[in-house]
Design a protein around this ligand. Structure first.
Ligand SMILES: C[S@@+](CC[C@H](N)C(=O)[O-])C[C@H]1O[C@@H](n2cnc3c(N)ncnc32)[C@H](O)[C@@H]1O
Length: 312
């Protein structure tokens, strides 16, 4: 076995919990999918548990992160077949079909951004430096954050801030943004950060607004909502799904989708007309949280919550 050299810029969250949750079977071919590969630290640990006839598939929407993952995975001494897919995990089912995979034995998500997105000058996820206001994981898709703040209608801006940020001052932010962009468009992260400094009383709010824009730009919630039901459908009996979230809305969606799959009927009719049958066993109603030791070692892990379920 070869251990990967760790990059000090990124420490995997809930590493042991995730690796232990993804069972590697000895009586069948394992097909495990990592939906958010980045540095492939979680992936490296999983691959080292897999057999030579198994298949590991890694997704990342960010082509540059996928390249780094590839370099890291090449250092592992393994015979497991590794397939890397440059795509949003929203397209999980179609992308797997393209490589002839129609069922899997394990799948996991470590949602959100990588440290590279915050640290590299052209990734623009943070207001700590003056960067173009872009925020896309995949630079070939959707709108940039600048297009969202400069061209969305008042209602669209209000909806973004109300839904992703859940704060009553969403109207004020949208109103002021409209006035500001009439005088001068937002071009860089500093433009937006300076504007927010002028109108907000709490610095923490600025971080939440940047986060709301990032979630909107990358359609992050839609991706989770679309992908999780497909992942559950693709799982073979006894296969595991593990989802790490850093945002309460992502965790809420995960919880809702998993809970629905633990029930036999989801309609309220007197005589069931939905014919839904349960397909998952949840390992606990409460989310899995990092230990105090992990939080002390890696403070970024403090907002992580994971949910783990097994296919029936
Ligand atoms: C927190 S990092 C994953 C870290 C990784 N588990 C590790 O320990 O090395 C999240 C990664 O997922 C990617 N990502 C985020 N949303 C995605 C999506 N909807 N589809 C595919 N990749 C996504 C990001 O580009 C980033 O590289």
């Amino acid at each position: 076995m070869t251990t990967l050299e760790k990059d000090p810029r990124h420490i995997s969250v809930l590493l042991n919990e995730l690796v232990d949750s993804i069972e590697i079977f000895s009586d069948r071919q394992n097909i495990v999918v990592d939906c958010t590969l980045w540095m492939a630290w979680h992936a490296g640990q999983i691959i080292q548990k897999m057999w030579e006839w198994d298949i590991f598939v890694g997704f990342d929407a960010d082509g540059r992160n996928l390249k780094l993952a590839k370099q890291n995975l090449e250092k592992i001494n393994t015979k497991t077949k590794i397939i890397l897919i440059h795509s949003n995990f929203m397209h999980l089912k179609e992308e797997l079909k393209k490589v002839w995979i129609e069922s899997i034995t394990g799948i996991y998500y470590d949602l959100g951004i990588s440290s590279l997105h915050v640290d590299e000058a052209d990734r623009w996820f943070s207001f700590k430096q003056d960067w173009p206001l872009d925020m896309r994981f995949d630079t070939s898709t959707w709108k940039t954050a600048a297009e969202v703040v400069n061209f969305s209608s008042k209602k669209e801006l209000e909806d973004i801030f109300r839904y992703y940020w859940e704060d009553p001052s969403f109207r004020k932010i949208a109103d002021r943004m409209l006035l500001r962009r009439k005088e001068k468009k937002f071009v860089t992260t500093k433009d937006l950060a300076d504007f927010l400094d002028e109108i907000l009383s709490f610095p923490k709010t600025k971080t939440r607004i940047f986060q709301a824009l990032r979630i909107e730009v990358n359609k992050e919630l839609e991706a989770v909502e679309t992908s999780l039901p497909h992942a559950i459908e693709l799982l073979q009996p006894d296969g595991n799904i593990f989802v790490i979230s850093f945002h309460s809305l992502e965790d809420r969606i995960t919880k809702k989708i998993m809970k629905k799959e633990t029930r036999d009927c989801i309609c309220s009719d007197l005589i069931c007309s939905c014919h839904h049958t349960k397909s998952l066993k949840l390992h606990s109603k409460k989310p899995i949280l990092p230990t105090s030791e992990e939080i002390e070692f890696n403070p970024r892990s403090r907002s992580a919550k994971a949910r783990w379920a097994t296919k029936l």
